[in-house]
Design a protein around this ligand. Structure first.
Ligand code: HEM
Length: 224
């Protein structure tokens, strides 16, 4: 079942929906960045997330989910290309949206984003040795000043612009992915189709917009 075309789509759908849940949690926690307390609440939250044993276990599941989703995505893309080796000279009118035809491109953009993001934030939150210019420790418990890392990173205009552009890619990927997942799992039959579409659209706008507001906020703050 898992190696069949449908099985692979089911894996894509389930891992995708799991990542959708992660993004909601990640966004909610990151909203603490907007608290005007010099980063105290955000740093305390990030410290809890990196020391709690339950979160560590969930993190392994998260990275496994990301790798599965990525590998299955590449595999499905290659399969689709093999199924249609020659491109048509004249494009047939297609009812598929641009987002659905460009899942490979959008997925690739998000992959590059994730590599940059994990190297800059995740690595510094967990593994980098505290030293000036990299990350500092702010109390005896070893809480890292991740707020300062985020603030400094987003004070750079081009870096923030890249983040915002990637969030547009994420929005399109989520919009198509959400509906595709529900269709694959057979949860979008007639009665619910419109509801699924609306929830997917709302999610695909609100979540990337919430993330994009963070670089914009810190960049504008750095100008004052
Ligand atoms: C643009 C606003 C964002 C900010 C400020 C931000 C910030 C952070 C920070 C500080 C960390 C390391 C500490 C922690 O684990 O909480 C982190 C980890 C992570 N971020 Fe983000 N993030 C943003 C957007 C995103 C997006 C859009 C994605 C996915 C598409 C993402 C995926 C991840 C993953 C997978 C991790 C590692 C897992 C984890 O530690 O929980 N982040 N992020």
């Amino acid at each position: 079942m898992l190696s069949s075309s449908l099985g692979r789509k089911v894996v894509m759908a389930l891992t995708g929906l799991f990542l959708v849940m992660f993004l909601l949690v990640h966004l909610s926690g990151n909203l603490l960045l907007f608290k005007e307390d010099g980063g105290a609440a955000f740093n305390a939250y990030a410290h809890f997330m990196s020391t709690s044993p339950i979160i560590r276990v969930l993190e392994i599941g998260l990275f496994a989910g990301i790798i599965f989703h990525f590998l299955e995505g590449v595999s499905l893309l290659r399969k689709n290309q093999q199924a249609r080796p020659t491109r048509y000279a004249v494009k047939s009118p297609s009812s598929a949206t641009w987002a659905s035809r460009s899942m490979g491109l959008l997925g690739g953009t998000i992959t590059i984003f994730l590599v940059i993001h994990l190297a800059d934030f995740f690595y510094k939150s967990k593994f980098a040795t505290p030293e000036p210019g990299v990350i500092s420790v702010i109390d005896a418990e070893g809480t890292r000043d991740l707020y300062a890392v985020v603030r400094e990173a987003f004070a750079v205009g081009w870096y923030s612009a890249v983040y915002v552009a990637c969030m547009v890619g994420l929005a399109l990927h989520l919009f198509h992915g959400f509906q595709s997942a529900f269709q694959t799992l057979g949860l979008s039959h007639r009665g619910y189709a419109l509801l699924v579409r609306r929830i997917g659209l709302l999610y695909a706008i609100v979540v990337p917009l919430g993330f994009a507001s963070m670089p914009v906020y810190f960049f504008l703050k750095s100008l004052n």
